[in-house]
Write a protein that binds this ligand. Structure first.
Ligand code: CDP
Length: 782
C-alpha cells in the first residue's frame, strides 16, 4: 500500500472525519519463521495413485535415515481413535492418513518426523508402500453410474453425496414450457485453486503446562480450537491457536487439513515441537480446490425479453471426501443467489454432488459458498439469452433488473435482497466505458471481419454469513464479535473473531473505532487470530468480516460511547440527559462551547470517574439480521486475433456497490486483486486431471498465475447504496471482483466470436480453445 497521500485516499462515506489512515499494523511473522528449541520437522508420504488398495507400509528403512525420529501411518492413528477427521461440512469425514486404500493422487499416507526438513523429506522418500491400483473414477458423470463404489465406509452405498434443491420445481417447469423463447446451455465452472502465495503450515507443541500451542495458517482460529477439542478430546482451555500472518488465504486456509492433525500427534508422541510447511505441489494437489460445477442453465423469456423462469441443474464434483466447508443447512453453499440481479417470477435450482478420485474441497475461494458459480451461471445465461433474442445485452439486463423501489426484494429462491440501484450502477459503467462508441466501433470492425467483443456482467452476490437462524459451521452459529478497550490516554485496542489475510483489517477496523469514538485511528491497535485474547468468532472468508465483525466493532464502540456519556456528564457538571454526541465530541446541549473529547473521558475513566464503574471497554457479539447484497457492473472489452486465437483484454471497468465504504484505497486494492484472480480463472487456470486421475497442474509452471505482463489495467468506479440493516451501512466487497468478473471476460470473448456462430466456450478460455472454435466455425461455413 502506498504511503503517499493523494485525494484517492479520501476516506469514504461514513468515515468522513479520519482521513488517510496511513498505517499498517500486524505482527509481521509467518508460521515458517517460527523456531522453537528441539523443534522437529514433518514430511508427508503421499500416494502416486488416485485409487489403490494399500497392501503394506514398511517404515524400517525410513527409520534408518539419519535424523528420523518417528513415522506414523493411518493404522496408528486409527488405533488411537484419530483415523478420521470430521469435515467442516458436518456430513462427511475425511481420512487423516490413508486407511486401507487411497482415494486420490497425493493423498496423505504416512507422516515422518525428523531433526531437519531434509531428513524428514528423505525419510518420506524411503517409506515403502505397496499399492494395488483400483479402477479410477475421474469425473462425476462416471461416478453417477456407481460402477465403482468409492466410499464403502459410508452407510449409503452409492457415490451420490447429496441432492439439494430450492424453489418451485413444477411452477418453473410450467413457466419454461409455456415461454415463447428459451435458452439452455451446459456451463462448466472448472476446478481451480486459490493458490495463496504462502502455502499452509503449522507448528505444534505442548508447553510445560501440557497445553497445546498451535501456530497455524488458519482463517478461522476459534473454529479450529473447537474442532481440535472435539476431535482430539483435549479440553478446549488446553488448546491455544495462534494464526499469524497468513500470506493469503482466499478460502484455502479454512479447512483443517490432515497435516495439522499429524503434526499435533507427532508433537504429543515425541514430546517435541513439530513444524510442517507444505510444498507448493502439496498445496495445489491436496488442499481445498474450488468450483467444479457442471451447470445446465435454462432461461425462459417473452418475445420482448422479459424473463419468465430460471432452472439450473448442477452436477458437482466433490472429490474423495465432502470437505466443502459450507454452513450445515447449505450443502451447495448459497447457490440459491443464482437468480442474480433479475426479477424472475419463478425459479428452481438443484445440485447433485458426487465423489470422484480427486482431492476433496469445494471451498469458498474468494466466494460466499458457491456464489461465484451461481453468478457465472446467470450472467452467462443472460448473455446467451440476449444473443438468442438478438437483443443488446445491457438492454436485456435493464429490462429485467430488480428495481430500486422493490427493495427489500424477496427473490424467487428465498433471499431478501437488502438494497441496490442496479440501473444506476449499469448506467455509470456504460457511460464511463463509452458503450455507445464501443458498439459503433464494433460494428465497423465486424464489417471488416475483425473480432472485437464487449462483455457485461451485472452481478449481485450475497455475503455476511450469517444470521444465526440460518447459518452455522458444525453447529456453531455464524455471528462475529468485537472487544474494544480504550486506554487512559485515548489510545486503544480492538480485537475481533475474524482474521485478516491481507485484507487490511488492521486499517479498517481502527477506522471504525476512530469514527465511532472520535479518536485517532493511528492509535487504535487491531489484533486478530489469537484464541487466548480475541473474542469468539467464526473467522474471515466469504466476505463476511465487514458485515459481521465490522458491525460488531461499531456496536461495541457505541456501547463505549454510552458509558462515556455518563463520565462526560460528570466532567461537564450536567445531567446525562443534557449531554449530546456532536461533531465527535460530547457537548452540553445547546452550549457548543462546553465540550469534552473522548480522550478527556478516557483519562477520566481511570482517574476521575465519580460514581461510574472504572475503565472504558466493551464487547459485542453481532448476529446479523440479514446478509448483505453487494453488486456491480463489470465491462470487458476484448480483441481477438483471428489467426492465432489470442485474446487481448483492451479495457476492463469495474463499478462496484458495496454500500458505505470504510476505506476506498483498501476497497480498490480488494477489487484489483480479485479482478486479477478472475482474469486468471477466465483465461489461464484449471486443475486438470487425466482419465487415469493424474493431477496435471502440480506447480506454477502448469497452474499459471498472472504476472504484471499479462494482467490488464483495471479501471474502477463505485455507486454507494448503503445496507439498511448494517450499523454503518457497509456490505462486504472482498470477493465481488472474483465473483463478478469471469462472466464479463467470457461474455466479451463470445461476443467477439458471435458473428462466427460461436455460442459458448468453457473456461479457461485459452488461445488454443479460441483458435479451434474459429477453425470449426470456418469449417462449418465451407
Ligand atoms: O471478510 P473479508 O475481510 O475478506 O472481506 P470484506 O468484509 O469484504 O472486507 C475486505 C476489506 O475491505 C476489509 O479491510 C474491509 O474493512 C474493507 N471494506 C471497506 O473498506 N468497505 C466496505 N464497504 C467493505 C469492505
Amino acid at each position: 500500500m502506498s504511503t503517499q497521500a493523494t485525494d484517492r485516499h479520501a476516506v469514504g462515506v461514513a468515515m468522513k472525519r479520519k482521513e488517510d489512515p496511513r498505517f499498517i499494523q500486524g505482527k509481521g511473522h509467518y508460521v515458517d519463521d517460527l523456531t522453537f528449541p528441539g523443534m522437529l520437522y514433518m514430511a508427508l508420504v503421499r500416494s502416486p495413485y488416485p485409487h489403490a488398495e494399500i497392501k503394506n507400509i514398511d517404515i524400517a528403512d525410513a527409520m534408518k535415515v539419519p535424523g528420523v525420529k518417528a513415522v506414523i501411518t493411518g493404522k496408528d492413528l486409527d488405533a488411537a481413535g484419530l483415523g478420521w477427521l470430521p469435515t467442516f461440512h458436518g456430513f462427511d469425514k475425511q481420512m487423516v492418513l490413508a486407511i486401507g486404500k487411497v482415494l486420490y493422487q497425493y493423498q496423505e499416507v504416512a507422516a515422518v518426523f525428523a531433526e531437519s526438513r531434509e531428513a524428514a523429506a528423505d525419510g518420506a522418500e524411503t517409506v515403502q508402500v505397496d499399492y494395488a491400483p483400483l479402477p479410477v473414477v475421474a469425473d462425476p458423470f462416471t461416478s453417477k453410474t456407481d460402477k465403482v463404489l468409492l466410499r464403502p465406509d459410508r452407510e449409503q452405498k452409492t457415490n451420490h453425496i447429496f441432492h439439494w434443491e430450492v424453489g418451485d420445481k413444477d411452477a418453473t417447469a410450467r413457466a419454461l414450457a409455456s415461454s415463447p423463447r428459451r435458452i439452455k446451455e451446459r456451463l462448466w465452472f472448472q476446478r481451480c485453486h486459490p493458490a495463496p502465495l504462502e502455502p499452509c503450515g503449522c507448528v505444534a507443541y505442548f508447553d510445560t503446562m501440557g497445553r497445546l500451542q498451535f501456530h497455524v495458517t488458519s482463517q478461522a482460529p476459534h473454529v479450529y480450537r473447537t474442532a481440535l477439542a472435539l476431535v482430539t478430546g483435549i479440553p478446549e482451555d488446553k488448546i491455544h491457536v495462534i494464526s499469524p500472518d497468513l500470506g493469503g488465504g482466499f478460502g484455502n486456509k479454512v479447512p483443517v487439513y490432515p497435516g495439522y492433525v499429524c503434526a499435533i500427534v507427532g508433537a504429543l508422541k515425541i514430546g517435541r515441537p513439530v513444524k510442517w510447511i507444505e510444498t507448493r505441489t502439496e498445496n495445489l494437489t491436496s488442499t481445498g480446490f474450488a468450483r467444479d460445477y457442471h451447470m445446465d442453465v435454462e432461461i425462459g423469456a417473452t418475445e420482448d425479453g422479459r424473463v419468465t423462469a430460471l432452472h439450473v441443474a448442477t452436477t458437482a464434483d466433490h472429490g474423495a471426501f465432502d470437505a466443502a466447508a459450507d454452513p450445515s443447512k447449505y450443502p451447495a453453499g448459497i447457490f440459491g443467489i443464482v437468480t442474480g440481479s433479475y426479477a424472475f417470477p419463478v425459479a428452481h435450482a438443484e445440485v447433485d454432488a458426487y465423489f470422484t478420485n480427486k482431492a476433496p474441497g469445494g471451498i469458498a475461494y474468494r466466494c460466499s459458498f458457491r456464489v461465484t458459480e451461481a453468478s457465472y451461471a446467470i450472467e452467462r445465461g443472460m448473455d446467451i439469452l440476449a444473443d438468442e433474442l438478438g437483443m443488446d445485452a445491457a438492454e436485456l439486463r435493464s429490462k429485467n433488473f430488480v428495481k430500486k423501489e422493490q427493495f427489500p426484494y424477496p427473490s424467487a429462491l428465498g433471499f431478501t435482497y437488502d438494497s441496490g440501484d442496479y440501473q444506476k450502477t449499469l448506467n455509470l459503467a456504460l457511460e464511463k466505458i463509452g458503450y455507445k462508441q464501443l458498439l459503433e466501433e464494433q460494428a465497423e470492425k465486424r464489417a471488416r471481419g475483425e473480432l472485437m467483443g464487449i462483455g457485461i456482467s451485472t452481478f449481485t452476490e450475497v455475503v455476511g454469513a450469517g444470521p444465526s437462524k440460518h447459518f452455522d459451521i458444525l453447529g456453531i452459529k455464524m455471528f462475529d464479535s468485537a472487544e474494544i478497550r480504550i486506554h487512559p490516554t485515548g489510545a486503544g485496542i480492538v480485537r475481533t473473531g475474524t482474521k485478516s489475510q491481507g485484507q487490511g483489517h488492521e486499517t479498517t477496523w481502527a477506522q471504525i473505532v476512530a469514527e465511532e469514538l472520535g479518536l485517532d485511528p493511528q492509535t487504535i491497535m487491531v489484533e486478530e487470530g489469537d484464541t487466548d485474547t480475541a473474542p469468539y468468532g467464526l473467522g474471515t472468508y466469504a466476505s463476511r468480516s465487514t458485515p459481521t465483525a465490522g458491525a460488531a466493532i461499531a456496536m461495541a464502540a457505541r456501547r463505549i460511547r454510552e458509558k462515556a456519556r455518563k463520565i462526560a456528564a460528570h466532567l461537564l457538571e450536567v445531567g446525562e440527559a443534557d449531554v449530546e454526541w456532536k461533531d465527535y465530541k460530547f457537548q452540553v446541549k445547546g452550549v457548543p462551547s462546553k465540550t469534552v473529547t473522548m480522550k478527556d473521558v478516557a483519562f477520566a475513566a481511570y482517574t476521575n470517574m465519580a460514581q461510574n464503574e472504572p475503565g472504558l471497554e466493551a464487547t459485542f457479539y453481532y448476529d446479523p439480521p440479514n446478509m448483505t447484497y453487494p453488486n456491480g457492473t463489470y465491462v470487458a472489452v476484448v480483441d481477438v486475433d483471428r489467426e492465432t486465437g489470442e485474446v487481448k483484454v483492451r479495457r476492463f471497468l469495474a463499478v462496484d456497490d458495496c454500500g458505505t465504504i470504510i476505506n476506498p484505497l483498501v476497497v480498490e486494492g480488494q477489487i484489483h486483486g480479485g479482478l486479477t484472480e478472475g482474469f486468471a480463472i477466465a483465461f489461464m487456470q484449471e486443475i486438470q486431471y487425466d482419465a487415469e486421475g493424474n493431477n496435471l497442474n502440480t506447480n506454477f509452471t502448469d497452474y499459471l498465475l498472472p504476472t504484471s505482463l499479462e494482467t490488464p489495467h483495471w479501471e474502477t468506479d463505485k455507486t454507494v447504496t448503503p445496507s439498511p440493516h448494517h450499523p454503518i451501512g457497509a456490505k462486504g466487497v472482498g470477493e465481488s471482483p472474483n465473483v463478478g468478473s469471469p462472466a464479463a471476460f467470457v461474455n466479451a470473448v463470445i461476443d467477439a466470436l458471435s458473428p462466427l456462430g460461436v455460442r459458448h466456450i468453457d473456461m479457461p478460455i485459452t488461445r488454443d480453445k479460441v483458435w479451434r472454435a474459429i477453425q470449426e466455425a470456418e469449417q462449418r461455413k465451407k
